[in-house]
Design a protein around this ligand. Structure first.
Ligand code: SF4
Length: 509
């Protein structure tokens, strides 16, 4: 067990997550003790300790801000705050102080673990948000990569990747009216069967057959309400996800798509994605329904091309099903097909991933999204008993996927991470430059209002002007969540709609 004690609550989040990133399998307990002298203390099971005195960072902060030298900045807590204030506003000062503390903890953890993290102290789920912000402020490549390396200890390779992705995202988003428009999401929370590693709240369609029409009634009601709220605005992107939307019967799929086209003006829509997802849900009839509508992009997700793994994780489809669904979609004219893969599935090693990638390369999808299985979930599937080093194996898989994407002419265009992902790996979307999933970027960069319908769907409203939360934090995005439980969603649909009204969907900029 690792024990963390912080003098101030403001340090706890970063210190906890950076420690967890180094030691994902360790139990961590933490407390706040305003009376302790040091800013942060860490105690390890083996007996090693770390203690950060205020004077340790006061000088560093002052020097960073080009102010007084380290020697001039005395070693007490007031000196830390004085030095932090040299960084600008009160908020900038707090951020600079937190960064300085995290850097010191990071250096200690590097020594303790004998390794470094590719993304350094950036433990958040959106590591490209920072380079994106700096790009918008007109900063140069050298300034951005230099800042990431110096302030956050990001490796030069990842700093370049972050910069490269931010440039691509910016170029794609410039084609949209991010503030004036919005994106629409509709969720279908059913799948043919539930995969053992699933982190979404999906339900097997077989058990819900009788309820699907009732679910669609509620979904349609919500979509119509959103259509009224967003009147006079155009969706830039539409995304039907889940779950697996193609678990719907052809008539149900047609009903949903008809409602969307009738309630929203799609004349400005640059992307309309239907996440077909599981190959065992795809039929010629369903793809033909999609072709009746302005659907521009679909996903057919193998996750792996190893039959033994598909069987093990309960996907109930074959490798051949993937190839057949893909070939059928191509024949029917779909010219933008994404495929998802997962690195670190139970029982898989780098050789399995290499084989999967060679099969994917033979198919040549327009985009490829590579996820890493979160370490906690991997452990749940008995991975801990394996003799291979899972972190190093996933690392090889992720590298191989990047090379494979490059061979297919696909460039990285979006990136996100999950908390507790093994070795702090990222999930990366690669695409041909004109086939990138714009909705994915909008979700990651939080640049646009997303109006979302369906069980568990999360609406994000970008406000006209930032507001202050009760804790004094300035935010310009508010979330409105729908309940996840399907029956509750159906029964409480009016409340879901009312929540959007209350939280200012109509006050979008
Ligand atoms: S197909 Fe995706 S959403 Fe459905 S159960 Fe599997 S992992 Fe979950």
């Amino acid at each position: 067990m690792i024990e963390i004690a912080c003098k101030k609550t403001k340090f706890t989040y970063n210190v906890y997550h950076i420690t967890k990133a180094f030691f994902p399998d360790e139990e961590i307990v933490q407390k706040v003790d305003e009376k302790q002298e040091s800013l942060v203390e860490l105690k390890f099971p083996g007996g090693s300790c770390f203690s950060l005195a205020p004077g340790d960072i006061a000088g560093e902060l002052a020097q960073d801000a080009g102010g007084r030298t380290g020697a001039q900045a005395a070693g007490d807590e007031n000196a830390v705050q004085d030095a932090a204030r040299l960084h600008g506003s009160e908020e900038d000062a707090v951020q600079a102080e937190k960064r300085a503390v995290t850097r010191r903890v990071y250096r200690f953890l590097c020594e303790e673990s004998g390794r470094e993290l590719a993304w350094g102290t950036l433990t958040g789920v959106r590591p490209t948000k920072l380079p994106m912000q700096m790009l918008e402020e007109g900063k140069t490549r050298e300034e951005i990569t230099g800042f990431l390396e110096k302030e956050y200890f990001v490796t030069p390779q990842k700093a370049e990747l972050g910069y490269e992705i931010a440039c691509r995202e910016k170029a794609l988003l410039e084609k949209l009216d991010c503030r004036g428009g919005f994106s629409l999401y509709a969720g279908i929370p059913f799948c043919p069967s539930v995969c053992s590693y699933c982190s979404f709240s999906s339900s097997p369609i077989g058990a819900w057959k009788d309820q699907v029409d009732r679910y669609l009634d509620a979904l349609v009601k919500e979509l119509r309400a959103i259509g009224r709220m967003a009147q006079g605005r155009y969706p830039d992107t539409v995304y039907i996800g889940g779950g697996t939307p193609t678990t719907l019967e052809p008539d149900q799929l047609r009903r949903l798509l008809t409602e969307i086209t009738e309630n929203f003006d799609l004349s400005h829509t640059v992307e309309f994605t239907v996440e077909a997802g599981r190959p065992d849900s795809i039929t010629e009839e369903k793809l033909a329904v999609l072709r009746e509508f302005p659907v521009t992009r679909i996903s057919i997700n193998p996750q792996t091309m190893q039959q033994k793994t598909l069987d093990l994780v309960g996907r109930e489809h074959t490798v051949e099903d993937v190839c057949e669904a893909y070939a059928m979609a191509r024949r029917m004219g779909f010219d933008n097909i994404n495929m998802d893969l997962i690195a670190g599935l139970p029982g898989e090693d780098a050789a399995d991933m290499a084989d999967t990638l060679s099969r994917i390369e033979a198919m040549q999808p327009d985009s490829l999204t590579v996820h890493s299985l979160a370490i906690k979930r991997a452990a749940k599937f008995g991975q801990e008993g394996r003799t291979i080093d899972l972190r190093s194996e996933i690392s090889q898989m992720v590298d191989a996927a990047a090379k494979s994407a490059d061979r297919m002419g696909l460039k990285p265009y979006y990136l996100y991470r999950q908390k507790n992902i093994a070795g702090n790996f990222e999930n990366v979307g690669y695409a041909k430059l004109d086939k990138a999933g714009i909705y994915n970027i909008l979700i990651m960069e939080e640049k646009q209002t997303i109006l979302a319908a369906g069980a568990g769907a999360s609406t994000k409203v970008l406000l006209e002007k930032p507001i202050r939360t009760e804790k004094g934090k300035e935010i310009d995005l508010v979330h409105v969540e729908n309940v996840k439980n399907i029956t509750e969603y159906i029964d409480r649909i009016d409340e879901m709609i009312e929540r959007k009204h209350r939280l200012g969907v109509t006050t979008m900029p």
